[in-house]
Design a protein around this ligand. Structure first.
Ligand SMILES: Cc1cc2nc3c(=O)[nH]c(=O)nc-3n(C[C@H](O)[C@H](O)[C@H](O)COP(=O)(O)OP(=O)(O)OC[C@H]3O[C@@H](n4cnc5c(N)ncnc54)[C@H](O)[C@@H]3O)c2cc1C
Length: 261
Protein backbone atom coordinates (compact mmCIF):
# COMPACT_ATOMS: atom_id res chain seq x y z
CA UNK A 1 0.00 0.00 0.00
CA UNK A 2 1.54 3.34 -0.92
CA UNK A 3 1.57 6.45 1.21
CA UNK A 4 -1.26 8.17 -0.70
CA UNK A 5 -3.60 5.24 -0.06
CA UNK A 6 -2.76 5.33 3.65
CA UNK A 7 -3.30 9.10 3.85
CA UNK A 8 -6.60 9.05 1.96
CA UNK A 9 -7.85 6.13 4.08
CA UNK A 10 -6.99 7.98 7.28
CA UNK A 11 -8.67 11.16 5.95
CA UNK A 12 -11.92 9.43 4.91
CA UNK A 13 -14.95 11.12 6.50
CA UNK A 14 -12.76 13.73 8.20
CA UNK A 15 -12.70 17.48 7.45
CA UNK A 16 -9.01 17.74 6.47
CA UNK A 17 -7.50 21.10 5.47
CA UNK A 18 -4.52 20.47 3.20
CA UNK A 19 -1.71 22.97 2.54
CA UNK A 20 -2.26 24.65 5.90
CA UNK A 21 0.23 25.10 8.73
CA UNK A 22 -0.48 25.90 12.34
CA UNK A 23 1.32 29.19 12.99
CA UNK A 24 -0.11 30.26 16.34
CA UNK A 25 -2.27 29.33 19.29
CA UNK A 26 -5.39 31.22 20.37
CA UNK A 27 -5.67 31.81 24.10
CA UNK A 28 -8.28 33.32 26.41
CA UNK A 29 -7.68 35.84 29.19
CA UNK A 30 -6.61 33.03 31.57
CA UNK A 31 -4.02 31.73 29.12
CA UNK A 32 -6.08 28.66 28.19
CA UNK A 33 -5.57 27.52 24.59
CA UNK A 34 -8.83 27.89 22.70
CA UNK A 35 -7.78 27.06 19.14
CA UNK A 36 -5.17 27.60 16.48
CA UNK A 37 -4.22 30.15 13.87
CA UNK A 38 -3.44 28.55 10.51
CA UNK A 39 -1.81 29.78 7.32
CA UNK A 40 -2.80 28.46 3.91
CA UNK A 41 -2.92 29.50 0.25
CA UNK A 42 -5.62 32.10 1.03
CA UNK A 43 -3.77 33.56 4.01
CA UNK A 44 -4.37 33.26 7.71
CA UNK A 45 -7.49 32.10 9.52
CA UNK A 46 -8.41 30.78 12.95
CA UNK A 47 -9.98 27.52 14.13
CA UNK A 48 -11.49 27.42 17.60
CA UNK A 49 -11.52 24.18 19.55
CA UNK A 50 -12.08 22.74 23.03
CA UNK A 51 -8.83 20.79 22.72
CA UNK A 52 -5.92 21.18 20.29
CA UNK A 53 -4.34 17.76 19.73
CA UNK A 54 -0.81 18.29 18.48
CA UNK A 55 0.68 15.43 16.46
CA UNK A 56 3.21 17.61 14.64
CA UNK A 57 6.40 15.63 15.04
CA UNK A 58 9.52 15.81 17.15
CA UNK A 59 10.12 19.52 16.49
CA UNK A 60 6.44 20.19 17.36
CA UNK A 61 5.77 23.90 16.87
CA UNK A 62 2.60 23.52 18.95
CA UNK A 63 4.54 22.00 21.87
CA UNK A 64 6.91 24.95 21.76
CA UNK A 65 4.13 27.51 21.43
CA UNK A 66 2.28 25.91 24.36
CA UNK A 67 5.43 26.08 26.51
CA UNK A 68 5.53 22.34 27.22
CA UNK A 69 9.04 21.30 28.26
CA UNK A 70 11.05 18.85 26.12
CA UNK A 71 14.05 17.08 27.66
CA UNK A 72 16.66 16.05 25.10
CA UNK A 73 19.23 13.30 25.79
CA UNK A 74 22.28 12.82 23.56
CA UNK A 75 23.00 9.24 22.52
CA UNK A 76 26.55 7.90 22.51
CA UNK A 77 26.30 6.71 18.88
CA UNK A 78 26.11 8.76 15.70
CA UNK A 79 24.47 7.53 12.49
CA UNK A 80 25.20 7.36 8.79
CA UNK A 81 22.12 7.19 6.55
CA UNK A 82 21.34 7.14 2.84
CA UNK A 83 18.20 7.74 0.82
CA UNK A 84 17.98 6.32 -2.71
CA UNK A 85 15.38 6.69 -5.49
CA UNK A 86 15.98 3.02 -6.39
CA UNK A 87 13.93 0.28 -4.66
CA UNK A 88 15.46 -2.88 -3.20
CA UNK A 89 13.97 -6.36 -3.04
CA UNK A 90 13.11 -6.22 0.66
CA UNK A 91 11.13 -3.93 2.94
CA UNK A 92 13.33 -4.33 6.02
CA UNK A 93 16.61 -5.84 7.12
CA UNK A 94 18.71 -5.16 10.21
CA UNK A 95 21.95 -6.69 11.49
CA UNK A 96 23.86 -6.17 14.72
CA UNK A 97 27.62 -5.66 14.86
CA UNK A 98 29.93 -7.49 17.25
CA UNK A 99 30.20 -4.33 19.38
CA UNK A 100 26.42 -3.91 19.65
CA UNK A 101 26.18 -1.34 16.84
CA UNK A 102 23.68 -1.92 14.05
CA UNK A 103 23.02 -1.47 10.33
CA UNK A 104 19.72 -1.60 8.51
CA UNK A 105 17.86 -1.24 5.23
CA UNK A 106 14.34 -0.02 4.47
CA UNK A 107 12.68 -0.55 1.08
CA UNK A 108 9.42 0.67 -0.46
CA UNK A 109 8.05 0.67 -4.02
CA UNK A 110 9.59 4.03 -4.93
CA UNK A 111 12.98 3.84 -3.19
CA UNK A 112 15.11 2.67 -0.33
CA UNK A 113 17.04 3.97 2.65
CA UNK A 114 19.64 2.66 5.01
CA UNK A 115 21.22 3.51 8.31
CA UNK A 116 24.13 2.35 10.42
CA UNK A 117 25.53 3.37 13.79
CA UNK A 118 29.04 4.77 14.00
CA UNK A 119 31.04 6.51 16.70
CA UNK A 120 30.42 10.24 17.08
CA UNK A 121 33.13 11.81 14.96
CA UNK A 122 31.58 14.71 13.05
CA UNK A 123 30.34 14.76 9.45
CA UNK A 124 33.70 15.60 7.92
CA UNK A 125 35.48 12.53 9.29
CA UNK A 126 32.48 10.24 8.77
CA UNK A 127 32.15 11.16 5.08
CA UNK A 128 35.89 11.40 4.37
CA UNK A 129 36.25 7.82 3.00
CA UNK A 130 34.04 8.92 0.09
CA UNK A 131 30.98 7.67 -1.75
CA UNK A 132 32.52 4.52 -3.21
CA UNK A 133 33.79 3.35 0.19
CA UNK A 134 30.38 3.99 1.73
CA UNK A 135 28.65 2.02 -1.06
CA UNK A 136 31.09 -0.90 -0.66
CA UNK A 137 30.61 -0.99 3.11
CA UNK A 138 26.84 -1.13 2.77
CA UNK A 139 26.83 -3.79 0.08
CA UNK A 140 29.38 -5.92 1.98
CA UNK A 141 27.36 -5.79 5.19
CA UNK A 142 23.85 -5.92 3.65
CA UNK A 143 24.03 -7.39 0.12
CA UNK A 144 20.28 -6.74 -0.39
CA UNK A 145 21.06 -3.00 -0.37
CA UNK A 146 22.97 -3.26 -3.65
CA UNK A 147 20.31 -1.87 -6.09
CA UNK A 148 19.58 1.13 -3.85
CA UNK A 149 23.18 1.86 -2.91
CA UNK A 150 24.43 1.52 -6.49
CA UNK A 151 22.01 4.27 -7.59
CA UNK A 152 23.63 6.81 -5.26
CA UNK A 153 25.54 9.40 -7.23
CA UNK A 154 26.53 12.01 -4.66
CA UNK A 155 27.69 12.33 -1.06
CA UNK A 156 24.71 14.68 -0.70
CA UNK A 157 22.58 11.52 -0.52
CA UNK A 158 24.48 10.40 2.58
CA UNK A 159 23.81 12.03 5.93
CA UNK A 160 25.78 12.01 9.15
CA UNK A 161 23.63 12.56 12.23
CA UNK A 162 23.85 12.52 15.98
CA UNK A 163 20.49 11.12 17.11
CA UNK A 164 18.94 12.35 20.32
CA UNK A 165 15.98 11.10 22.28
CA UNK A 166 13.34 13.41 23.66
CA UNK A 167 10.78 13.12 26.42
CA UNK A 168 8.30 15.57 27.91
CA UNK A 169 7.55 15.63 31.63
CA UNK A 170 4.01 16.90 30.89
CA UNK A 171 1.89 16.06 27.86
CA UNK A 172 -0.82 18.67 28.24
CA UNK A 173 -1.62 22.14 29.37
CA UNK A 174 -5.18 23.52 29.46
CA UNK A 175 -6.56 23.36 25.91
CA UNK A 176 -3.68 21.52 24.22
CA UNK A 177 -2.29 17.97 24.37
CA UNK A 178 0.71 16.49 22.54
CA UNK A 179 0.82 12.92 21.19
CA UNK A 180 3.13 10.83 19.00
CA UNK A 181 6.63 12.06 18.22
CA UNK A 182 5.72 15.52 19.50
CA UNK A 183 5.50 13.98 23.00
CA UNK A 184 8.22 11.31 22.87
CA UNK A 185 11.01 10.55 20.45
CA UNK A 186 13.04 7.37 20.70
CA UNK A 187 16.38 6.21 19.37
CA UNK A 188 16.76 4.64 15.93
CA UNK A 189 16.75 1.08 17.35
CA UNK A 190 13.51 1.25 19.28
CA UNK A 191 11.29 0.59 16.25
CA UNK A 192 7.98 1.16 18.04
CA UNK A 193 7.31 4.87 17.57
CA UNK A 194 4.55 4.63 14.96
CA UNK A 195 2.66 2.08 17.01
CA UNK A 196 3.05 4.14 20.18
CA UNK A 197 1.84 7.26 18.37
CA UNK A 198 -1.25 5.45 17.07
CA UNK A 199 -1.75 4.03 20.56
CA UNK A 200 -1.58 7.57 21.97
CA UNK A 201 -4.35 8.64 19.56
CA UNK A 202 -6.49 5.67 20.51
CA UNK A 203 -5.98 6.20 24.26
CA UNK A 204 -6.76 9.92 23.92
CA UNK A 205 -9.96 9.13 21.98
CA UNK A 206 -11.01 6.79 24.81
CA UNK A 207 -10.25 9.46 27.44
CA UNK A 208 -12.28 12.05 25.48
CA UNK A 209 -15.19 9.61 25.09
CA UNK A 210 -15.23 9.18 28.86
CA UNK A 211 -14.98 12.94 29.55
CA UNK A 212 -16.94 14.47 26.67
CA UNK A 213 -17.63 17.82 28.35
CA UNK A 214 -14.35 18.29 30.20
CA UNK A 215 -11.16 18.45 28.08
CA UNK A 216 -8.93 18.93 31.15
CA UNK A 217 -10.36 15.79 32.77
CA UNK A 218 -9.84 13.95 29.48
CA UNK A 219 -6.19 15.05 29.33
CA UNK A 220 -5.57 14.15 32.98
CA UNK A 221 -7.09 10.71 32.42
CA UNK A 222 -5.07 10.27 29.23
CA UNK A 223 -1.81 11.12 30.99
CA UNK A 224 -2.61 8.80 33.94
CA UNK A 225 -3.34 5.80 31.74
CA UNK A 226 -0.81 6.42 28.98
CA UNK A 227 2.26 7.14 31.14
CA UNK A 228 2.64 3.48 32.27
CA UNK A 229 2.85 2.51 28.58
CA UNK A 230 5.23 5.21 27.36
CA UNK A 231 7.53 5.94 30.31
CA UNK A 232 9.11 2.43 30.46
CA UNK A 233 10.07 2.72 26.76
CA UNK A 234 11.67 6.08 27.49
CA UNK A 235 13.58 4.68 30.47
CA UNK A 236 14.90 1.63 28.62
CA UNK A 237 15.60 3.00 25.15
CA UNK A 238 18.25 0.71 23.60
CA UNK A 239 20.11 3.78 22.33
CA UNK A 240 20.95 4.68 25.95
CA UNK A 241 23.12 1.64 26.57
CA UNK A 242 24.52 -0.65 23.92
CA UNK A 243 24.19 -4.38 24.43
CA UNK A 244 27.75 -5.48 23.72
CA UNK A 245 28.52 -8.56 21.68
CA UNK A 246 30.82 -11.31 22.88
CA UNK A 247 34.02 -9.36 22.22
CA UNK A 248 32.77 -5.79 22.61
CA UNK A 249 34.90 -4.95 19.58
CA UNK A 250 33.60 -4.48 16.02
CA UNK A 251 34.82 -6.89 13.33
CA UNK A 252 37.17 -5.11 10.87
CA UNK A 253 34.50 -4.95 8.14
CA UNK A 254 32.10 -3.30 10.61
CA UNK A 255 34.50 -0.47 11.54
CA UNK A 256 33.91 3.06 10.29
CA UNK A 257 36.01 4.65 8.91
CA UNK A 258 37.40 1.38 7.52
CA UNK A 259 40.77 0.38 8.99
CA UNK A 260 43.59 1.52 6.70
CA UNK A 261 45.90 -0.97 5.03
C1 LIG B 1 14.33 6.21 9.10
C2 LIG B 1 13.20 6.03 10.08
C3 LIG B 1 12.80 4.74 10.39
C4 LIG B 1 11.76 4.52 11.28
N1 LIG B 1 11.39 3.23 11.54
C5 LIG B 1 10.37 2.98 12.37
C6 LIG B 1 9.93 1.66 12.61
O1 LIG B 1 10.50 0.69 12.10
N2 LIG B 1 8.88 1.47 13.41
C7 LIG B 1 8.24 2.51 14.00
O2 LIG B 1 7.27 2.28 14.72
N3 LIG B 1 8.62 3.78 13.80
C8 LIG B 1 9.67 4.04 13.00
N4 LIG B 1 10.07 5.34 12.79
C9 LIG B 1 9.42 6.43 13.53
C10 LIG B 1 8.09 6.86 12.91
O3 LIG B 1 8.29 7.23 11.55
C11 LIG B 1 7.56 8.04 13.71
O4 LIG B 1 7.47 7.67 15.08
C12 LIG B 1 6.18 8.48 13.25
O5 LIG B 1 6.20 8.88 11.89
C13 LIG B 1 5.71 9.65 14.10
O6 LIG B 1 4.44 10.04 13.69
P1 LIG B 1 3.86 11.44 14.13
O7 LIG B 1 2.56 11.55 13.40
O8 LIG B 1 3.86 11.57 15.61
O9 LIG B 1 4.89 12.53 13.61
P2 LIG B 1 5.38 12.83 12.11
O10 LIG B 1 5.36 11.59 11.28
O11 LIG B 1 6.66 13.57 12.26
O12 LIG B 1 4.24 13.78 11.51
C14 LIG B 1 4.14 15.12 11.95
C15 LIG B 1 3.38 15.85 10.87
O13 LIG B 1 3.07 17.16 11.37
C16 LIG B 1 3.28 18.07 10.30
N5 LIG B 1 3.53 19.41 10.87
C17 LIG B 1 4.65 19.86 11.51
N6 LIG B 1 4.51 21.13 11.86
C18 LIG B 1 3.28 21.52 11.45
C19 LIG B 1 2.54 22.74 11.53
N7 LIG B 1 3.04 23.86 12.10
N8 LIG B 1 1.29 22.76 10.97
C20 LIG B 1 0.77 21.66 10.39
N9 LIG B 1 1.41 20.48 10.31
C21 LIG B 1 2.65 20.42 10.82
C22 LIG B 1 4.48 17.52 9.55
O14 LIG B 1 4.51 18.04 8.22
C23 LIG B 1 4.17 16.03 9.57
O15 LIG B 1 3.38 15.64 8.50
C24 LIG B 1 11.11 5.60 11.90
C25 LIG B 1 11.51 6.91 11.58
C26 LIG B 1 12.54 7.12 10.69
C27 LIG B 1 12.95 8.54 10.37
Amino acid sequence: MNIQKVLSTLARDLPVMYEHSVVGLLTDADGRVTGVEVEGPEGRSTIESDLVVACDGVMSPVRQMAGLEAKVTELSDASLTFMSPEPVGTSFKMEYFADGGHIGLLGWPEGSAGWRSIDRMGAEKALAPGLDAIKKMWIDLIPESEPGVSALTSLDQIRYGEPKIMSCPRWWTPGVVIIGDSAHFFGPETGVSSGLGLGDAHALAQAIMQNRDDPDAACASYETWRAPVIRPYEATDPGLSRMMGASGEPRPEEMWPPPSG
